[in-house]
Every structure is written in C-alpha cells, then in structure tokens.
Design a protein around this ligand. Structure first.
Ligand code: DGL
Length: 357
C-alpha cells in the first residue's frame, strides 16, 4: 500500500472517530425540553435603558435558545412555544394545557428534564399547580426574568442557563417542581414574587433549596411537603378546574365581593384575611351562609411569608366548618383548593390536604 493511500485511510479513520466522539458526546448530554409561555423573559423594551418599561411575550422560543449559546454545553435543548402571553393573563385552561404537555413529555425516554419560561406575575401559581399534579421525579424547572432581554444587565439569559443547568442535573430529581431565579433554586410550593421590580424578586419564607452558580447546583435543604410522585393528584385525571376566588381583607370590610363571587358560581372562596386570617364581624354572617350553601371557605392571610394561619385561633373554624390555608398565601391557596375540589374533597379532606401539600 502506497504511503499516500495509507495516509488517506488514516485521516478517514480519524474523521470517523472524531465524528463518532462528537455524536456520542451530543447524545450523552441530557435532553432538555424548553416550553415557552411568554412573559418578560421573552419581553422587549424600546431601549436598553428600559429595564421596567417593555412589552412582555414578544421573543419566540427559538430566539430564546439562540440567545444563550452556552446552553449547548449543558444539554441538548429543544423548544416548544406553548403560549406567548403575559402571565397575568393565565387562565385555568392555560394551566391544564401546560400541565398535560409537561406530563406527556416527562413520560418520554428522550426527555431528561423540562424548563418552562414564564411571566413572573403568576409563575408561583403555575409552579405550585405543576408540583401538585405532574407525577414525575424528572426535574421540571420554571424560570422567568425581571428585565426584558433588551435591557442593560438583563437577567433572563443567566436565569435561563441556570434553569437548564438545574433541569439537566440528576441531583435535581425528586425535589418537586423547582423555580430558578437570581442564582437561587426554590420549591414551586414555597416561592412567591415578593418584590415587583427588582431582580431579587422571588423569595421563599422558609428559604430556597439551594443555588446554581457557574454551571453547578448546590443544595442546602430538601422539600418538606408532598409533591409530584407522592401527590394524590394527577393532571391526567383533571378535566376541568372549579372556580375559586380570592377576597382581600381590610378595615371597613363588607360582604359584597364574597356574595358576588358566589353568585357567579365560585365553589370556594379564599379569604386573604388581615393578621392570622381574621374575618371582620361584618363578613362572618355571609361566610357562614355561603358555607351552608355548599361553598368551601378557606382562611388565608394577606400577611405572608414566615408564619401560618392557626385553626380555631380567633375564628371558630370547627364550629363554622371553615378551612385554614396553613402557611400558603392566598394565590397558592386558590391553586390547592381548585385541585382538591376537582377531586371532590369535602371540608375535612380539604383541611388534611392543606396540612400535607
Ligand atoms: N406581564 C408580566 C408577566 O408576564 C411581566 C412580568 C415578568 O414576566 O417579569 O408576568
């Protein structure tokens, strides 16, 4: 064999080996699906100086992925545009559509993790809904941003890289639905948007689970409540979610809103009470009437973060057959009440559920 043909054979072999190595490296990378729903992370402002004035839900999923080339070093990422909306416009139908898609993808062998990009306004509600109803131990990570991609020091790209890193990390499995924002990893249950225009907007009253920094996850605690594979709820068994409304407590309160929601078909009302979920004297008779008509009454509190509503403290919950939301804020209490009522929970079961999830 001439030297020339030997060299050709050698170089062909080298190319084949390199190709095989590249392919195997790609296939060895975790496979993460990015479900885009809109929000500020897909937002665009008129100028780089617009960090709080912009239009949400403008940038499509393929551009979100292309905007963070570093993703390809972490995982094989493919995107789906599920919705393109600002999250204050999420409805129960949006929750069900998204939840069913997540559950279907989680069953696929070629999916190792799922990231959901979402507006921050109701991100905490979606994350809690998914942790209650999607029965998988695969990482599901919800992520948003407080500044649009067009702004100076935009936070969305690093948040997205951190979210994919977390979703691709086997150590994230079995921790329930996670929320990654501002380098922190929170549970979908505990976290809520606590500040409306800062990048460190998301807080968990009992603290984050951990952090993700420069491509690595760091865990400091584990979830304490039931979720995902330990949940008694299953998105695939939920056809529709009942109407549950929230009424905010304050001084000079009246029963107008409670009665109006009931007249419009609410199956439960979450009372965002003052203090320990207190109900003003002017409102108690209406809530007792509505309970007698079959609505569930859930006492949450407008005072959130770091405490919980105590049963039979200032209100005789046993006597009135009311439920307390424990440490859940009103918007989370609404999600849990809907999911529990969709499964036919009575008040006793509803109270057990509030203590367990
Ligand atoms: N309209 C708000 C939303 O879609 C923007 C807030 C954000 O995404 O940061 O939730």
């Amino acid at each position: 064999m001439s030297l020339k043909s030997l060299l050709i054979q050698l170089s062909t072999g080298l190319v084949a080996l390199t190709l095989a190595a590249t392919v195997s490296a790609q296939t060895a990378k975790p496979q993460v699906v990015l479900l885009a729903t809109g929000g500020t992370i897909a937002g665009a402002g008129a100028s780089a100086a617009n960090s709080a004035t912009y239009q949400a839900a403008k940038v499509p999923v393929d551009k979100l992925i292309a905007g963070v080339p570093e993703l390809s070093a972490v995982a094989q990422v493919r995107g789906e545009q599920v919705f393109q909306i600002a999250s204050e416009s999420f409805t129960n139908e949006h929750l069900l559509t998204l939840g069913k898609r997540v559950a279907a993808l989680a069953k696929q062998a070629d999916v190792d993790g799922i990231v959901i990009t979402h507006g921050t306004d109701t991100l905490e509600e979606t994350a809690y809904f998914l942790t209650l109803t999607v029965r998988t131990d695969k990482p599901i990570v919800v992520v948003g941003s407080m500044r649009p991609s067009t702004a100076l020091s935009a936070d969305g790209t690093l948040n997205l890289l951190n979210a994919v890193t977390t979703a691709a990390d086997k150590s994230s499995r079995g921790k329930g639905v996670l929320v990654v924002m501002n380098d922190e990893i929170h549970t979908g249950r505990d976290v809520s948007k606590s500040i409306n225009i800062r990048t460190e907007a998301f807080k968990s009253p009992w603290g984050p689970l951990g952090m993700v920094v420069e491509g690595k996850t760091y865990w400091f605690r584990a979830p304490a409540k039931r979720h995902t594979t330990e949940s008694e709820f299953d998105i695939e068994q939920i056809g529709a979610l009942p109407q549950v409304d929230i009424v905010y407590g304050s001084g000079n309160a009246s029963d107008t809103a409670y009665r109006a929601f009931a007249a419009k078909g609410a199956k439960a009302i979450v009372h965002a009470g003052t203090g320990n979920g207190s109900v003003s004297g002017q409102v108690v008779p209406a809530l007792r009437e509505l309970r007698a008509q079959g609505l569930q009454i859930v006492r949450s509190a407008r005072v959130v973060g770091g405490g919980f509503v105590l049963r039979n403290a200032e209100q005789p919950d046993d006597q009135y057959d009311w439920v307390v939301a424990h440490d859940l804020n009103p918007q989370k209490a609404r999600i849990l009440t809907m999911v529990a009522l969709a499964k036919g929970a009575d008040s006793k079961t509803l109270q057990r559920i509030f203590m367990a999830y």
